[in-house]
Design a protein around this ligand. Sequence first.
Ligand SMILES: *Cc1c(COP(=O)(O)O)cnc(C)c1O
Length: 354
Amino acid sequence: MLDTLTIDVQPTTASRLTKLDPANMEFGKLFADHMLTVEFTGGEWQQPRIVPYGPLNISPANSALHYGQAIFEGMKAYRQADGSVALFRPLDNWQRLNASAERMAMPTIPEDIFMQGLRELVKLDAAWVPDMSGSSLYIRPFMFATDGALGVRPSDTYHFGIITCPVAAFFTKPVRVRFEQKYVRAAAGGAGYAKNAGNYGAAMLPSKLAQQEGYHQLIWTDASEHQYVEESGAMNVMFMIDGKVTTPALSTSILDGITRRSVLQLARDWGLPVEERRVSGREIIDALTAGRLTEAFGVGTAATIATIATMGYEGHDYDLPALTDASFSRRVGVALDAIRNGQAPDPHGWMVAV
Ligand SMILES: *Cc1c(COP(=O)(O)O)cnc(C)c1O
């Protein structure tokens, strides 16, 4: 049925666009003028609204604050060569948000509310989409429980929102990572595959301890044996071993990254062997010292590719070989950028115009 959804729009009368300095964009600090808000009450999603960006009013007994029914997404819109704006794989984010919602006993969002709300919001704030190389508009959809009641049970009411912020190219120096074999990020049967807020809170202490030892990130290992690689920080992780793009297979404890999917798809398009399987820290270090492991990198929306320079394992640091322009992780980063900016063909239909 073609029931057309309408979105109420209340444009700002005090744009903050003049505060945007494209030469100095700090990630996640300055938000675009508007936000989408939709309330779930009485068992259904209410009228979606686009309103000026601003604080929300919540109860101190808000059940998301106390019991953690809170999920989010991370995605980007890119300025195209012709000046228009396009989103990268937004339906994948919508589906993943709903998978997270189901795991957290929260209501799912209908496709039209998510997609139309997203498009109209980005269109209205299109002037906030930067156009310098590598820059983009970061988009943060989120949903949280809003019941003001302390009973431990799924909330009856929820807030769904989308906020956006312009971000510069995310230049990360090659990172130092350490295999974490004491703390765990997520266990089999837990909620590691969902983008729920609690996963990130629980990762902060182990990450901080690793930073105090001079590492940027952790490589999380499995919860039962502490041997098998899961993810690197809040990114999926990949290794080039014997010329094969090797990455941990998805499970209930691994986030199904859209960058991961995209990188594996490009590898397959280019005829490279791809292995999604269990991979242990020992195997990684043995392959590295034997000269068979040539690249290790994190993949995720914020940075796209985060090159790993050094891996700490059982008290020793192991350096990776330097990359060249022929390295897979470099080539795939360049190829993804070109698709996102509309400079290369998009054979998989990943880009969606707003
Ligand atoms: C968001 C996220 C990723 C990367 O997912 P993308 O869709 O590629 O951004 C990987 N791991 C974790 C834990 C994440 O939260």
